[in-house]
Each structure stands twice: as C-alpha cells, then as structure tokens.
Design a protein around this ligand. Structure first.
Ligand SMILES: [Zn+2]
Length: 272
C-alpha cells in the first residue's frame, strides 16, 4: 500500500468499478469453496502501465491498469482475476516460503560438508555461490512455474463456474506473445523465468478448456457465442501477417527506387 499509495485509483473510478464488479462476481459464484468465503477480499487498482496483478495471502488483490488495458474483454479479465484468487486460496505464498526454508536448510548442510572436508574461505565462497545458483535455477524457478500453472488451472475452473467464456483465456497469452514479438522484446527462455512462457500457458490452457467447458455446462450457464475466440484470433493473425508481408514488400520496392546506387559506391562518393 505504501509503495503504490500515489498511484491508487479511487473507488469511484470507472476502471476500478469494472474490475471490482468482475472480481466480486467470481467470488459470489465460487463462495461454496471454503477457502474463498473465508477470505476478506479487497481489490486495489494501481494506475501503472505494467501488465501485472498480484495477490497477498490476506486477500488484498492488486491489479494494474496496464493489465486492464491489455485484456481484450471481460472474459480475459475474469480469467486473470480467477488466477489471482487461486494463488491466495491455494496458499501459494506459504507453500513457496516453506520450500525456500527447506532448500536453505539443505544448502546449509551442503556448505557445512564442504567446510568440514576442506575449511578454506575461497572454497566456502564458491560453494555458497554454487549452492544459491543451483537452488535458483534447479528448484525455485521451476517450482514457481509449477505454482503459476496450477493457478492457471484452478483460475480457469473458478472462471468457468462464473459462466465466463473460458476459451478466451488462452487468447490472452497469445495476445501477449504477439505484443512481445512486435515490440522486439526477446522472449525469456522458460528455464530462466519464474513464470511459464506464454506459449506453454497457451498449450496448457487449450488442454484444460474442454474440462472447464463441462464445468460451465453443469452450472447452467447460457450457451457460448460462436465462433470460438481462439479461431477468431487465429484468422485475425493470418490477415495481419499477410498485410505486414505486403507492407514489407512495398517498403523494399520503394527503397530500391530511391536508392539506385549500391551502398558501397555511395560511401566512396561521400568519402571523396
Ligand atoms: Zn500468478
């Protein structure tokens, strides 16, 4: 609260009200789950372009306006909020903390053994570095990705119970992947990251969507509109790629018109 106190949207703000409405609709439709009805949920909206959201174990959910602007519709927003609710209900923060403690303890044993065999400061420093690097890349980050995948899975089910069009969930990650590609941001390899890659999230969600659709049916939700938003996105992508290919060809042709001399020759002239 201290960190974002100057950027918090007021409770009268239209974006705040929309996010709050979708969030409490999800809570209402899932209140039969003890973990959900026991938590006192509070929504905070931070005015920041970051595409981000997070939840604290006490039920305070922080959503950034950058995320609100990145979702294409209310269904994608509901899925993301479901993901955050799942993190809190599954007590991921506590689970993560206990695993970190266990790893620190095992690391301590490892370092003590090195020290016992060869009590030299230099070796202790190298051992400490090795231990923390291995811990980070072999345990912490893969573990963090597992928790993210679990929150996607349960978040999808929570959204399904609230009659959300769960097919939109995987489109959200496809949109982010496209945005990353267009902005020229290199995709961080999954093994380096604390979160699964966008592509892996799309794959996992597409596998889980049929089951979520069944949950949706058992909740007597109204039938979903056709066509499938994933298909709409796919077709839009095809058109977009065709258009950009055409543009590329036009730009190259124009360049050739303006630029009759090979670059090497031009350099010679300017050098003289
Ligand atoms: Zn998450």
């Amino acid at each position: 609260m201290e960190e974002f106190k100057n950027d918090m949207l007021t409770e009268k703000d239209a974006q705040y009200l929309k996010i709050k409405e979708v969030f409490y609709h999800l809570i209402e439709c899932n209140k039969d789950i003890p973990g959900i009805s026991e938590i006192k949920w509070i929504v905070h909206v931070v005015d920041s372009p970051d595409i981000n959201a997070f939840v604290l174990p006490n039920g305070h959910v922080f959503v950034f306006t950058g995320l609100f602007n990145a979702v294409a519709n209310v269904h994608q927003l509901a899925f993301i909020l479901g993901h955050e609710i799942a993190h809190a209900v599954l007590e991921h923060a506590a689970e993560k903390a206990s695993v970190v403690h266990l790893l620190d303890f095992l690391g301590l044993i490892f370092l003590t053994m090195i020290w016992a065999v060869c009590p030299r400061d230099s070796l202790a420093i190298v051992g400490q570095w090795l231990q923390s690097t291995l811990k980070e890349y072999l345990f912490s980050r893969p573990y963090s990705r597992t928790l993210e995948a679990e929150a996607d899975k349960i978040g999808l089910q929570l959204a399904a119970k609230a009659c959300v069009d769960v097919r939109s969930s995987s489109v959200f990650w496809q949109q982010l992947e496209l945005a990353d590609t267009l902005s020229g941001h290199p995709n961080v390899p999954q093994w380096l990251s604390t979160h699964p890659s966008h592509g892996n999230r799309v794959e996992q969600l597409d596998r889980l969507i049929p089951e979520a659709l069944k949950i949706r049916e058992t909740c007597n939700c109204p039938p979903l509109s056709e066509p499938d938003p994933r298909l709409v996105f796919k077709l839009a992508m095809k058109d977009f790629l065709k258009e950009s290919e055409k543009k590329d060809l036009n730009t190259t042709a124009e360049k050739q018109k303006v630029d009759p001399l090979p670059i090497g020759k031009q350099k010679q002239t300017s050098g003289a």
